[in-house]
Design a protein around this ligand. Structure first.
Ligand SMILES: [Zn+2]
Length: 406
């Protein structure tokens, strides 16, 4: 049972204000208040916390009209470094950011299907981080936190990978294993939560507080943000829309059920649809998901077009379900399949969505492709590391203050 304590509310307020400062780049307290449900007094208190933690800085500018000086708040890029790690089943992507979450350097290391033991994978992640810091000449002492995203279900508060079907992991204490090798503050989450938080801070979330980040890759999910905050559900498993039923008694899905959204709009599902249209299609040769999806993005034969039309119509119907339930301002399509096929799928998906969603919800929701450059998962993972560092810094600052004689 989750209970929202005063500390939770303060943390949520802190994150809400910090997100607005990061999203804007530079902003005044008054501008934050104009766009937020928080009172000006709360915003002023939170800003004081952020200033004493050193994650933001304040500059004073005099208006051209000669009025009172306006204080402008900006992220404090020089307060340290953050690392974001996107661990997928085929690669480890590591990326270094400054504290303003501006990307500085990234590298990607392929891993094979044989790399599935937790200790072995942890060794790869640690080596990738070491190499990244070395390549940038970065000092470990300046790294404030490392965010790690792994596929599947995770328990961030315990640093545990609860279930990763691709590796057959159950309850792996990944952060404890990594901690021995890395020795930096670590934060664990999954790609769905990481992509959604990246969207919230740096994508569509700059204009929409209620949004859904639909990730379409090998797996499919829908990260949910409500009033500018990530909605995690009771056990950090919210957003498993990919395993909602789109076709009763339909295709078998990796999760063990049948007819799931993922079984139709994830990369293997799209390949299955192409195989239904034309079992001997050239793009199915070799069974390579990436090559097939990339090929479909530019294919101009009628059978590929038919497979894409079927996919788009199913995607639109599934998005209509999502919009009817959540009534968001924006639905953003993210991840690699959406990146390649989004422009081809979007028009027909929008038509099917319009046919199935209720008018009031449909007209409120914008359907968009993600415009975040680079890897949103490593960016989101680094954002979680920033969040963790901020919590530490604020509690240290308040300990110091409360220990001081009045
Ligand atoms: Zn499923």
């Amino acid at each position: 049972m989750l209970r929202r304590t005063t500390t939770d509310i303060r943390k949520a307020n802190r994150l809400d204000v910090l997100r607005r400062i990061y999203a804007a780049g530079s902003i005044s307290r008054q501008e934050i208040a104009a766009d937020s449900e928080l009172s000006f007094a709360t915003i002023a208190n939170v800003v004081n916390d952020l200033l004493s933690a050193g994650v933001i800085v304040e500059d004073r500018f005099r208006d051209s009209g000669g009025g009172r000086p306006r204080a402008i708040l900006t992220p404090n890029a020089r307060r340290g470094l953050l690392v974001g790690v996107d661990v997928a089943e085929t690669y480890v992507h590591v990326e270094l950011f400054d504290l303003a979450l501006r990307p500085m350097h990234a590298s990607e290391h392929p891993i094979g299907p044989e790399t599935n033991r937790p200790e072995e994978l942890a060794g790869h992640i640690a080596a990738a981080i070491e190499a990244l810091l070395l390549e940038c000449g970065a000092d470990r002492a300046d790294v404030r936190g490392v965010g790690v995203s792994v596929p599947g279900q995770v328990a961030p508060e315990h640093g545990v990978s609860v279930f990763a079907p691709g590796w057959n992991w159950h309850d792996v204490p990944l952060l404890a294993i990594l901690q021995d090798r890395i020795g930096l503050p670590l934060y664990l989450d999954n790609p769905l939560m990481a992509s959604t938080v990246a969207e919230l801070w740096f994508g569509a979330g700059r204009e929409a507080d209620n949004l859904v980040c639909v990730t379409i890759g090998t797996g499919v999910g829908a990260g949910i943000a409500i009033h500018g905050s990530l909605y995690r559900g009771t056990t950090n498993a919210a957003g498993e829309w990919g395993h909602s039923v789109l076709m009763f008694d339909g295709r078998g899905c990796r999760c063990g059920s049948r007819g799931c959204v993922e079984a139709y709009v994830g990369a293997p599902g799209i390949m299955a649809t192409l195989a239904e249209v034309d079992p001997s299609h050239v793009l199915l040769r070799g069974g390579d998901q990436t090559a097939c999806v990339q090929g479909l993005a530019t294919a101009d034969d009628p059978r590929a077009a038919e497979a894409l039309t079927r996919t788009a119509r199913l995607l639109g119907a599934a998005l209509a379900n999502l919009i009817n339930v959540l009534n968001p301002e924006a639905v953003v399509l993210s991840s690699w399949v959406a990146g390649h096929l989004g422009p081809r799928l979007l028009p027909e998906a929008a038509e099917a969505l319009a046919a199935h969603a209720l008018d009031r919800s449909r007209t409120a929701a914008r359907l968009l492709l993600s415009d975040i450059p680079g890897n949103p998962v490593s960016l989101g993972a680094a954002t979680f590391a920033l969040e963790g560092f901020l919590d530490e810094a604020v509690s240290n600052a308040s300990r110091t203050t409360s220990g001081r004689p009045l």
